[in-house]
Design a protein around this ligand. Structure first.
Ligand code: NAP
Length: 519
């Protein structure tokens, strides 16, 4: 089925990050099913292979953003627990690095199979703690599990090389070695995939880890860690420290010389601060930060395909994605047609708790996020934009916001320079290709761009001129475990996934060997 048709088919949705899932069989979830699942989630800290309470005995609550009700309370790690987790990771590093690449790969393969077997549990848990509709959560399970499979295959391919030096005397042996104990910090928006995208390559490379999940959505990481244990990961290799005091708990680890790597996914603001902290010990860092993706529609684009792509690039994860299209830059000759067709689709998107069969758009993560989205919309409206559809929060419990399209947005409006992180699409128009490039590049971010055109040369030119780490050409989604995901400018450093993903957890060591023919 061609993409546009697929995306319009009511039996399918393009769920999170490029995975198509069927929603035909989506059933209503009972309260008993929710309780049973929550009861199976470990509530402790995972340190050296054991689930234990926080040293302080403290816990924190995890809420359902569609009701505001508490789902579960879990252990709240403090600095002492963070240090115990690093102790365990540092102690396990040498023996873990000696485990054969094949065995490390097979643990990942088993983890892939276990996550896949428990796909419904992972999907429901993400829907409960994060809010996304079940169909999308199922898509994230598929996408997240794929990192486990991909890196199970990459574990045995950390190749070095042997060569003769140019003058013919020395032999050059180059090998790849695990970086060492790594601190992994993940955001709340993709609770499973953001964890597997870091844990899988670290396991493949032979690094031990301390994982600090996001305090708004830590439950999925808890269940995932239990699955990693079941898959045979030795004690101490993966330690998990959910916490309500991120800075105080992880700060001492970043200053500790035993830590060798910091991999962070989150906002540019926090990433910048962590980079400063990491400079003290000159830590290896990977930074997957914020985005402000332009979505460019040329006059020669297939408008129906562009609208289908826009729906995915904007509404996936309720717009709470670093890859979410943030600015719709549309040629003035097709702007009305695009806005009209886009609005018809947006108006059709039902907001409801993600467990409900009719849910196409779940709640935003919390009241603060919903208020920020509304603030940006109100500012744009006050600056002369008009709402083609939506434009307001949804009444009732939970933090829902109406799918919204704004027309007549002008350059300089806040909504074009800040990450919206909600189901809101501002449209601005352009006349020439140069103007489209200038508008698209007019941001400090550089994660991804989307371009819709039937002219392949123009598409290639756009790839060459756009300052982004990724480009979707006639595609509303780019994420794929086999592709290098990451940004330029203030969207980050390093890549996750693809051949590049494992490199983030390896360092290169060169051994110079004296002339084997010398007496
Ligand atoms: P965030 O506020 O920056 O938080 C990200 C993570 O950092 C959370 O685990 C958070 O802990 C932790 N954190 C916050 N302050 C910290 C500190 N001082 N020291 C150590 N850790 C700290 O971001 P978010 O709101 O969770 O996620 C949304 C952002 O992530 C957006 O900007 C989005 O674009 C970006 N993102 C980027 C990518 C990518 O691949 N480029 C992917 C997904 C999301 P708490 O949860 O406890 O606050």
């Amino acid at each position: 089925m061609p993409d546009a048709e697929l995306q319009n088919n009511p039996q399918t949705r393009i769920a999170d990050e490029g995975v198509t899932v069927s929603v035909a069989t989506q059933s209503t979830v009972t309260a008993e099913r929710e309780s049973e699942l929550l009861a199976s989630v470990p509530t402790g800290l995972l340190i050296n292979g054991e689930w234990r309470p926080a040293a302080s005995g403290k816990t924190f609550d995890v809420e359902d953003p569609s009701t505001g009700k508490v789902l579960l309370s879990i252990a709240d790690a403090g600095a002492e627990d963070g240090m115990a987790a690093l102790d365990a990771a540092a102690a396990a590093q040498d023996s873990w690095a000696k485990v054969s690449p094949r065995e490390r790969g097979e643990i990942l393969r088993r983890a892939f199979e276990l996550v896949t077997e428990r796909a419904e549990d992972f999907a429901l848990l993400m829907t409960l703690e994060m809010g996304k509709p079940l169909a999308e959560a199922r898509g994230e399970v598929t996408y997240g599990a794929e990192f486990l499979r991909w890196f199970s295959e990459e574990a045995v391919r950390a190749f070095g090389r042997y060569s003769v030096s140019p003058e013919g005397k020395t032999r050059l042996l180059v090998q790849k070695k695990p970086v060492g104990p790594s601190l992994l910090i993940t955001p709340w928006n993709f609770p499973l995939a953001m964890a597997t995208r870091k844990v899988a390559p670290a396991v493949a490379a032979g690094c031990t880890m301390v994982l600090k999940s996001a305090n708004l959505t830590p439950l999925t990481s808890q269940l995932f860690a239990a699955v990693m244990q079941e898959a045979g990961l030795p004690a101490g290799v993966l330690n998990v420290i959910p916490t309500s005091t991120a800075g105080a708990t992880t700060g001492p680890l970043i200053k500790d010389a035993r830590l060798r790597k910091l991999s962070f996914t989150g906002s540019t603001e926090v990433g910048r601060r962590l980079l400063t902290d990491a400079s003290e010990n000159v830590l290896r860092t990977s930074m997957e930060l914020g985005g402000n993706a332009p979505f460019v529609v040329f006059e020669d684009a297939d408008i129906d395909a562009a609208v289908a792509g826009a729906m995915i690039a904007k509404l996936r994860n309720m717009g709470e994605a670093c890859t979410a299209a943030n600015r719709f830059i549309v040629h003035e000759s097709v702007a009305d047609e695009f806005a009209e067709k886009f609005a018809a689709k947006m108006a059709d998107m039902t907001t409801a708790r993600g467990t409900e069969p009719e849910s196409k758009v779940g709640p935003l993560i919390d009241a603060k996020s919903r208020d920020k989205v509304h603030e940006l919309v109100s500012d744009a409206l006050a600056s002369g934009a008009t709402a083609v559809v939506g434009g307001a929060p949804v009444d009732g419990p939970g933090y829902f916001y109406q799918p919204t399209i704004l027309k007549g947005v002008t350059e300089g409006t806040r909504i074009l320079s800040e990450e919206i992180f909600g189901p809101v699409a501002p449209i601005i128009t352009f006349d020439t290709e140069d103007e489209a490039i200038r508008l698209a590049n007019n941001t400090e971010y550089g994660l991804v761009a989307y371009v819709f055109t039937r002219d392949l040369n123009r598409g290639i030119r756009m790839g060459e001129r756009l300052e982004t780490g990724m480009l979707g050409l006639n595609a509303g989604v780019v994420s794929n475990a086999a592709a290098p995901f990451g940004g330029v400018k203030q969207s980050g450093l390093g890549r996750e996934g693809g051949l590049e993903g494992i490199e983030e957890y390896l360092y290169t060591q060169y051994i110079g060997i004296a002339d084997p023919y010398a007496g």
